[in-house]
Design a protein around this ligand. Structure first.
Ligand code: SAH
Length: 481
C-alpha cells in the first residue's frame, strides 16, 4: 500500500513538474563541436606511442580491452582526453546533444525518484561520463522549479578527461574564480566544491573514478553512453577452445596468429576485418591468442553461464566487459548501503554473442585499428551480463527493464513537452524541436531502411534500492526487452 501511494505521488509529481517545466524557455541546441582532431596524428595515431610502449612491455601484443582503454583514455593521446569530440563538428552526437528534452526528462525522472524516497534534505547525484555536461545542465534547468530539489542536490561528476571536465564546468555555470582558488591542475576542476548556476546552484565536484565518490547519503546515479565506452575483451571459439583476440604490434612475441576473427567474424565487426589482411610491418593487427589467456579462462565461463543452453552451445564469438560489470556491481553495492536509484541509458544487445566493437570518426564507421586515439571506440552494452552483476553484488537491489528509449521518453511525457515547447517557438525552433524528437524516439534510422533508430536501439535500465516503488516509465513495462 505504502509503495503504491509513493508510486502515485511520484507520478503526480512528475506530471506537475512537467507542466511547470513547460513554462520555461526553449533552449537552442548546443553549438556544433570543434574539429574532431586538430593535432598531427601521424599514421600511428595520437595514442600510438602509448599503445606501442604498453605492448612492448607485454611481449608485443595487447588485449582488445587494453587497446580500447589506452586508445580512449591514455593521458598521452587518448581520444577523450584532450578535446571536445561531440556534435556536428565532432565524431558523434548523443541524445542530450540532440535535444534539450532528453536531459530535462532525465531530470524529471530523478526528481520523481527523490520524491518517492521521501524528499530527503540531501541527495547525491552522481553522473558517470558527463561528456560536455549538457545532460546535467538540462537536468538542472528542467527541475529548478521543484520545491526543495535543488537545495537537496550534491552533484558529483565522474570524468576521466581534463578537457571534458572544463566543458562540464562551464556548461553547469560554475564560476572561473572557483577554479583559480581551488584547482590543483591549471583550469581543471577537481574534487573541490564549486557551485553551479553562477554560484547560486547546487555544489558540484569532479572525480576520476567512482571509488572516489563519498558514500553515506541517499544517492541517484545517471549514466548515459558511459558503459559503451568501457573496455571489452573479445573471444573466439576455435578447435583449440576459446582464444582471445589480441592486438599485435609488430609480432615480436610470435605469440599469436592472424585470427579467424579477423577473416570475417560476422557483420558486427564494424570495419575491423581488414586489419589482419592489410597490415604489415609495425602496423597493429588483430590476431588470435594461441590457446586460452588468463582473461579467457576467467571471463568466458562466467559469460556463458548467463546464457540459455542453446545460445551457450552455439556461441562462437563473445565480447565481455569486466569494467562495465565492475561499475554496475559497485553501484549496486552502494544502493545496498544507502537508499537510491540508478538510471542507465545506452545502446545494447539482447545477448552476449557477437563482436560489436566499432570505431567512429566524423560520424562514420572506420577501422578499429586506424590511428588509435583519433576515433571513438564503442561496444554495445551487454545488459544480460550486467544483470548478473546485480545478483553478484549481493545487495538488496531491484532491476527494472531495460525498456526502449522510445518507451522511456514517451512515458515521461516527451510528446506533451514537445507540444508545450513548440507553442512559444519560432518556425525554426519548432523544426529543430521536431527533428530532435523524431531522432530520439524513432524506430528506424532516417534514410537507412532496416537500421534501428535511436528510439529502439537505446535502452533505459533502472536499479533501485529494495523497498522503493517502481520508477516512472518502468511501472507497466517489465516485460519489454
Ligand atoms: N554522457 C555524455 C557523454 C558520453 S561519451 C553524453 O551522452 O553526451 C563517454 C563519456 O565518458 C565521456 O565524457 C568520456 O570522457 C567519459 N569516460 C570514458 N571512459 C571513462 C572512464 N574510464 N572513466 C571516467 N569517464 C570516462
Amino acid at each position: 500500500m505504502a509503495a503504491a501511494a509513493a508510486m502515485a505521488a511520484a507520478a503526480r509529481a512528475a506530471r506537475a513538474a512537467l507542466r511547470e517545466t513547460a513554462r520555461r524557455a526553449w533552449v537552442a541546441p548546443p553549438a556544433a563541436g570543434r574539429r574532431a582532431f586538430a593535432g598531427a596524428a601521424g599514421s600511428a595515431g595520437p595514442a600510438g606511442a602509448a599503445l606501442a610502449a604498453a605492448a612492448s612491455l607485454r611481449g608485443g601484443s595487447l588485449s582488445v580491452a587494453d587497446f580500447m582503454r589506452l586508445a580512449l583514455t591514455s593521458p598521452e593521446g587518448g581520444y577523450y582526453m584532450g578535446r571536445d569530440v561531440f556534435g556536428r563538428g565532432g565524431d558523434f552526437t548523443t541524445s542530450p546533444e540532440i535535444s534539450q528534452m532528453f536531459g530535462e526528462l532525465v531530470g524529471i525522472w530523478h526528481a520523481a525518484q527523490w520524491l518517492a524516497m521521501g524528499a530527503p534534505p540531501c541527495v547525491r547525484v552522481v553522473e558517470l561520463g558527463p561528456g560536455r555536461g549538457t545532460l546535467m545542465a538540462d537536468f538542472l534547468r528542467g527541475t529548478s522549479h521543484i520545491p526543495g530539489f535543488h537545495s537537496a542536490l550534491d552533484i558529483h561528476l565522474v570524468e576521466v578527461s581534463p578537457a571534458l571536465r572544463r566543458l562540464q564546468f562551464s556548461a553547469l555555470g560554475c564560476r572561473p574564480d572557483a577554479l583559480e582558488k581551488g584547482s590543483a591542475e591549471a583550469g581543471v576542476p577537481d574534487g573541490r566544491e564549486c557551485a553551479a548556476l553562477g554560484g547560486a546552484g547546487p555544489p558540484v565536484r569532479w572525480h576520476t573514478e567512482l571509488d572516489d565518490v563519498p558514500e553515506g547519503l541517499p544517492v541517484m546515479f545517471v549514466m548515459h553512453e558511459f558503459l559503451d565506452a568501457l573496455p571489452v575483451h573479445q573471444f573466439q571459439r576455435t578447435e583449440e577452445g576459446w582464444c582471445e583476440v589480441l592486438v599485435d604490434f609488430g609480432g615480436k612475441s610470435g605469440d599469436g596468429a592472424p585470427g579467424p576473427a579477423a577473416e570475417g567474424g560476422g557483420g558486427e565487426n564494424g570495419g575491423r576485418d581488414g586489419a589482419a589482411a592489410t597490415s604489415g610491418g609495425d602496423a597493429p593487427r588483430m590476431v588470435l591468442s594461441r590457446g586460452g589467456t588468463p582473461a579467457a579462462r576467467a571471463l568466458v565461463p562466467t559469460r556463458l553461464a548467463c546464457m540459455p543452453h542453446g545460445a551457450r552451445q552455439s556461441a562462437r564469438l563473445l565480447e565481455v566487459s569486466p569494467a562495465a560489470f565492475g561499475v554496475v556491481k559497485d553501484v549496486c553495492g552502494r544502493l545496498g548501503r544507502s537508499p537510491g536509484t540508478a538510471l542507465i541509458i545506452d545502446y545494447g544487445k539482447a545477448g552476449g554473442m557477437g563482436h560489436s566493437l566499432r570505431a567512429i570518426r566524423g560520424h562514420r564507421f572506420v577501422d578499429v585499428l586506424d590511428r588509435p586515439g583519433s576515433a571513438d571506440l564503442t561496444a554495445h552494452v551487454d545488459f544480460e551480463f550486467l544483470e548478473r552483476a546485480v545478483g553478484q553484488s549481493g545487495a538488496s537491489v531491484r532491476s527494472w527493464g531495460p525498456v526502449t528509449q522510445r518507451h522511456f521518453l514517451k512515458s515521461l511525457g516527451i510528446d506533451a513537452r514537445l507540444e508545450q515547447l513548440s507553442r512559444g517557438s519560432s518556425d525554426t525552433q519548432r523544426q529543430a524541436l521536431e527533428e530532435g524528437y523524431v531522432r530520439l524516439v524513432s524506430e528506424e534510422a532516417s534514410g537507412v531502411p532496416g537500421v534501428p533508430g535511436m528510439g529502439i536501439a537505446y535502452k533505459a535500465w533502472a536499479l533501485t534500492s529494495d523497498g522503493l516503488a517502481a520508477p516512472p516509465a518502468f511501472v507497466e513495462a517489465e516485460d519489454e526487452a
